[in-house]
Design a protein around this ligand. Sequence first.
Ligand code: SF4
Length: 337
Amino acid sequence: MKHANVAFFVPMVGCPHRCSFCDQNSITGESGIPTPEEVDKTLKKAARELHGFSEKAEIAFFGGSFTMIPRELMLSLLAPAKKWVDRKAFSGIRISTRPDAIDEEVLAVLKEYGVTSIELGAQSCSDEVLEKNRRGHSFADTQRAAELIKSAGFSLGLQMMTGMPGSTKELDVLTAARFAALKPETMRIYPALVLRNTLMAKWYEDGEFVPQSIEEAAETCAELLNIFELYGIKVIRLGLHAEESLEENLLAGPYHPAFREICEGLRFRKKIAPMLTRLPKGSYILRVAPSEVSKCSGQHRSNVEHWLSLGYAVKVTPDKNLAPGDFEVMMANMPSP
Ligand code: SF4
């Protein structure tokens, strides 16, 4: 078992206003807030099932702005979670909130209730983009909150959105670099999608906003993956989860259930291009770590097809002596070493 989150969604509760892109109910497929009894019951069942794997399991409260919900409600949800963490059934509690909903007082409360990781919906480093999309906070708020979270000893996660109205590829890349400088442990990257009943949907319908294509979003996100890898920051999510309610409410935008695979394939294609295209056209064997054969071949073998269109017939083969990220190219008719 790699990692298991037992996640509770607290949609749209606590948000002081509505961001241009947000329709939490269709993103999460949930519309109600869990009761403390439901949290307790779910955790009890999960604790039984995860017995022996507690260090790999976290309790998560995602959705709205968790630290902005009425304090009594927040504590009533955290109390059963803390109980199961104290019993060592889970390694910790993860919450997500807004940068302007963090201060020393709330951090002290979260610590007391066993919260270990805090994710901030930070979205962009551009104040113009944040303002246009009705985020209601600035990049300075993100910097200040990140600093407070880290110095209070929590694990920090940041979420960013690419291709938002008012943004550009250059601004998205700058955002990634500025977010990486805040040294989060984890990142989530979501390309902007146009959902029904949002302000962004209105802009889209009025012709004021054209969302990115899947190819454009993948170009940007492949570059962001390189930046975060360079800084040793784990990207734990790229693109929204496939949910029936999301697909039903999606009007436009770069959504694909295998979006990360597309981005990873593109990264590999770009990495190999300088070496491959210097060689004479012909047939080649490309050796990669066994775990990277599918990534290297591209989604539905798109990289293999791409290379073929350039005159290179490439056969991707696993080599257990190679580390992930490494590769070797040799002519197909050469004897193996
Ligand atoms: S703060 Fe988050 S949950 Fe609230 S409206 Fe904005 S995106 Fe939605």
